[in-house]
Design a protein around this ligand. Structure first.
Ligand SMILES: CC(C)(COP(=O)(O)OP(=O)(O)OC[C@H]1O[C@@H](n2cnc3c(N)ncnc32)[C@H](O)[C@@H]1OP(=O)(O)O)[C@@H](O)C(=O)NCCC(=O)NCCS
Length: 452
């Protein structure tokens, strides 16, 4: 019996066959006008559906031509900047209010908000023995994996798991919106205990807290947090909630939902997508990249030295040798990502409070310099700027959130968007999603085994 993770020599030989038989001539994508990544050269996605949930503006039409513009994001038609200003001005947490807006298409009045918050808080409870039987058994080093497994397991506890009527799917979605924070934190606590030998903290969730407060209450050994910490986490969750039907994990949800499958399967599939470093997993990469940069760059204020490090990243000579500057660029946005701009203002404030201004200055320098460096080394059609993950990882590190929870925190927010889109797909009774792939291999005869 080989070691479970071992790559044996025969596997290496088979893998070479996969690579050689799987390689497609890049020219053919142009020949057949394939929109790779389902996008054109300007980043404009192939139109695959209609939605009323959110809208992203990254281009405007000037003299009949599409030109990149400052990015804007609208939830149910309302500019996210105005939504954020609205609840901050009234000194309110926004998670529950914005969840209501995204799911039901309208802002709640005071009573509706109170009732809805109570409903979400009431769902903050796992089935009996779930923590002991599922979460504390075989903890994974990756909390996104823990989350996906936990959600798939909840199927077995649900008597109506396969019922895709709207009331039942809504009930499941609301429960998952309330449970994902708990599953993430408990999964982390189990891992931290069994893997790193830390004390095990399984705090009982409080129903009367906002989602952001609940995360901090469950995570911190003493359950304590400051108001500013909870407010900033609340803001980060809201900025990650929703980003159109085409982002990788939400589109995955549409694809999987369109087959008629259950809510747990659809959400687990979206989690698998979000885990990837080119999607939600980027926020961990950003923080690790900065850890490396802080070691390598001697003078953080020397822009030439910072630029040289960024060039080394692009040339696969630094950090993870992937050739990427994490936290920069976006499939749709070009000149700016509004979520990054909103977060940036708070990051500056928080970095002063936490005595990490030097680091903030380094982040600001990279945000300024990276687009120039990328433009020099790559073919840029629509512009590159800092994306939401550029600042979110730094925010989470200032909130003392463990790196393992960075992507799950994204998932806590995006679970709302996935829920809204799953319900929109079901309400509109869409066709099963089934795009085309053109075969570019010629037909060949089957060879009897003795003639090969
Ligand atoms: C998000 C991302 C995948 C979008 O890529 P894209 O859709 O190809 O973006 P663009 O069309 O603007 O890219 C133009 C070129 O610049 C490159 N580029 C864009 N952002 C880059 C980055 N951060 N680092 C290195 N190269 C980058 C692209 O690879 C592409 O080059 P290519 O044509 O040689 O492949 C890409 O920007 C990226 O990998 N960023 C880093 C990871 C990250 O932060 N992801 C989180 C997104 S919210």
């Amino acid at each position: 019996m080989t070691n479970f993770s071992e790559i044996t020599p025969d596997i290496l030989t088979y893998a070479k066959l996969c690579e050689s038989s799987g390689a497609i001539d890049p020219e053919l994508y142009t020949t057949y006008d394939v929109k790779r990544g389902l996008r054109d050269i300007n980043g404009q996605g192939v139109l695959a559906g209609l939605t009323e949930i959110s809208e992203i503006d990254a281009f405007k039409i000037v003299d009949g031509k599409k030109v990149p513009c400052e990015g804007k994001l609208f939830y149910r038609g309302i500019n996210v900047e105005d939504i954020v200003k609205g609840f901050l001005k009234d000194d309110r947490f926004g998670f529950e209010e914005v969840t209501y807006l995204l799911l039901f298409g309208q802002l709640p009045d005071r009573q509706q908000l109170a009732d809805f918050s109570e409903r979400l808080g009431g769902y903050r409870s796992l089935p009996t023995s779930f923590v002991r039987d599922i979460i504390l058994k075989a903890p994974s080093p990756d909390m996104m994996n823990t989350l996906a497994r936990s959600i798939l397991t909840l199927y077995a506890y649900d008597d109506r798991a396969d019922d895709i009527s709207i009331p039942n799917v809504l009930r499941q979605c609301l429960q998952l919106i309330s449970l994902v924070p708990i599953l993430s934190v408990y999964g982390y606590q189990a891992y931290s205990h069994y893997h790193d030998g830390n004390s095990l903290f399984i705090h009982v969730p409080q129903q009367n807290l906002s989602t952001a407060e609940s995360i901090l209450q469950l995570l911190r050994p003493d359950s304590k947090y400051t108001k500013l910490e909870a407010r900033i986490l609340d803001l980060a969750l809201i900025l990650h909630m929703e980003h159109g039907g085409g982002n990788n994990s939400t589109f995955t949800n549409h694809v999987v939902t369109s087959s008629g499958t259950d809510t747990y399967s659809a959400m687990a599939a979206s989690l698998g997508s979000l885990k990837g470093p080119r999607h939600g997993g980027a926020n961990i990469k950003v923080v690790r990249m900065f850890e490396d940069m802080k070691q390598v760059v001697k003078d953080w204020k020397d822009e030439d030295e910072v630029s040289a490090y960024l060039s080394a990243l692009l040339n696969k000579e630094a950090f993870d040798h992937a050739g990427l500057i994490y936290g920069m660029g976006h499939a749709v946005y070009s000149l700016s990502d509004p979520r990054a701009n909103i977060l940036k203002a708070f990051v500056e404030k928080l970095s002063k409070e936490k005595g990490r201004e030097d680091e903030y200055q380094l982040y600001a320098a990279v945000a300024r310099l990276a687009p120039e460096v990328i433009a020099k080394e790559r073919r840029i059609y629509k512009g590159v700027s800092a994306n939401v993950d550029f600042y979110s990882g730094f925010v989470y590190s200032m909130l003392d959130l463990p790196t393992e929870l960075f992507t799950p925190i994204f998932a806590v927010g995006r679970m709302v968007g996935w829920s809204a889109h799953r319900i929109e797909e079901l309400v509109n009774n869409g066709k099963i999603i089934r795009p085309a792939y053109r075969a570019v291999h010629e037909t060949v005869p089957y060879l009897p085994i003795d003639e090969r």
